[in-house]
Design a protein around this ligand. Structure first.
Ligand code: ZN
Length: 432
């Protein structure tokens, strides 16, 4: 290679390097800007959220001193106001104005009231009394003593609960501040893919749900958005999705989670006696086949129809006690024995929905303790329902799937990124 060629190669190399550096700069700049934008947006989101969360009786608790107390029995408004050093004239005006908008004879012991100070060295600026979770009375403690009833703003906040089962699923969920309402929805969403009767130590769950807040107070209302449940050999996902105006849960492939039948007719129960062709009967004291599955649960626990169908019988026999039998289709029937009572409207001919409550656990008939003996009939023969597999229902229509997959990917990422540590405080009212 001659000198001139070498020079051209060098020049080309340098140009390429410079171009690469410039390009790098652009890319870096873009990434940086994007990151900054993202951070800024998150920061703004944070401020907007905290605005509502920091509000106590409409006052930002970062700038006002809010002294809260519970109303004691027989405690009256004049006494409460005078204890704060409020002058008689203002106190009288305040009471007169409050009684125009709320019956002050109706102040309830145990309800919260508060004094709001902008300067703690002076008498309070406002008096607030909580009528209920959704509204409160606010009265200015100045000459005019304006008083009004204020409705609290409500909003939904997305929360994630994660946990690992140490003792029982119930304990783990409760510890993580998951409300009964969300637990119900989780069971609904996953009951066809997770056998909640065989949950074991080390199994874990992740739940994304909306929680309704009234003012800054968390409530137990809300909706499950997505759930994941892991056992040693299985990972189940469920995503809430609205199709044709109907909300339902779907798996990773967009197939409905709701299979034709629930795995069990009672929630959070224990199998006390499995299906067997030969067992020792605890009441009759001799061996005979047990053509059902016994689920032990406290008397009064709701019993659900495992699938939609028509009630064939709701009656009583000496052995079965109070029982309900449902025909689901040409092939399948189910029967639920030893009920303490039937649910309202459960009569022969009544239509029941999947998961509808049809009666309550009891020990009527030949039963040694409260349980439901669940019997599953296929073509008129009693079979072990836990050994049957039912065909999966059809997935969402092809044209809906791309939209569903987008929705699923977002939620799956959130679930997968959630660490197995709970960060929901246990101060939530329903975590009791
Ligand atoms: Zn039984």
């Amino acid at each position: 290679m001659n000198l001139k060629n070498q020079f051209i190669v060098k020049a080309l190399q340098s140009t390429a390097l410079i171009l690469l550096l410039i390009l790098n700069g652009f890319v870096l700049n873009f990434i940086l800007k994007f990151e900054l934008f993202k951070e800024k947006k998150e920061f703004i989101d944070e401020i907007c959220k905290s605005k509502l969360e920091n509000l106590d009786f409409g006052f930002d608790n970062r700038y006002f001193e809010i002294q809260k107390n519970k109303l004691k029995k027989n405690q009256l408004l004049p006494e409460i106001l005078s204890l704060q050093g409020i002058s008689n004239s203002i106190s009288n005006a305040a009471i007169a104005n409050i009684s125009q908008i709320h019956n002050i004879k109706n102040l309830r012991a145990g309800n919260t009231y508060a004094f709001i100070h902008s300067n703690t060295c002076q008498t309070p600026d406002y008096f607030a009394y909580e009528i209920d979770q959704t509204k409160f009375v606010l009265c200015e403690l100045k000459k005019d003593a304006c008083a009004e009833v204020i409705e609290r703003e409500s909003y939904s906040k997305e929360e994630i609960a994660t946990g690992t089962i140490e003792t029982s699923l119930w304990d783990a969920l409760e510890k993580n501040g998951v409300s009964l309402n969300i637990i119900d929805q989780m069971e609904d969403a996953l009951s066809s893919s997770v056998d909640f009767h065989h949950v074991q130590k080390g199994n874990s769950f992740k739940l994304i749900f909306d929680r309704l807040y009234i003012g800054s107070t968390p409530t137990s209302s809300g909706n499950l958005i997505a759930a994941q449940f892991s056992t040693d050999n299985n990972e189940s996902y469920a995503y809430s999705f609205i199709h044709n105006g109907k909300q339902d849960f779907y798996d990773n492939e967009g197939r409905p989670m709701r299979k034709s039948f629930l795995k069990a007719p009672v929630r959070f129960s224990r199998i006390s006696s499995p299906f067997s062709s030969n067992r020792f009967h605890p009441v009759l004291r001799f061996s005979r086949p047990h053509l059902g599955t016994d689920y032990a649960a406290p008397t009064g626990t709701p019993i659900m129809a495992v699938g939609a169908g028509i009630v064939e019988s709701a009656s009583y026999t000496g052995g079965n006690g109070k029982f309900v039998k449902i025909r689901h289709d040409k092939m399948y029937q189910t029967q639920y024995l030893h009920m303490s009572r039937f649910a309202a409207g459960i009569n022969p001919g009544a239509h029941v929905a999947h998961g509808q409550i049809i009666g309550y656990v009891g020990s009527t008939g030949l039963a040694s303790g409260p349980h439901v003996c669940f019997r599953f009939w296929k073509n008129g023969v009693q079979v072990d329902h836990r050994k049957l597999s039912f065909p999966s229902p059809d997935p969402l229509p092809k044209e809906i799937l791309p939209e569903f997959f987008k929705h699923r990917d977002l939620l799956k990422l959130k679930l997968d990124e959630a660490q197995h540590t709970a960060y929901i405080s246990s101060t939530h009212p329903e975590a009791l």
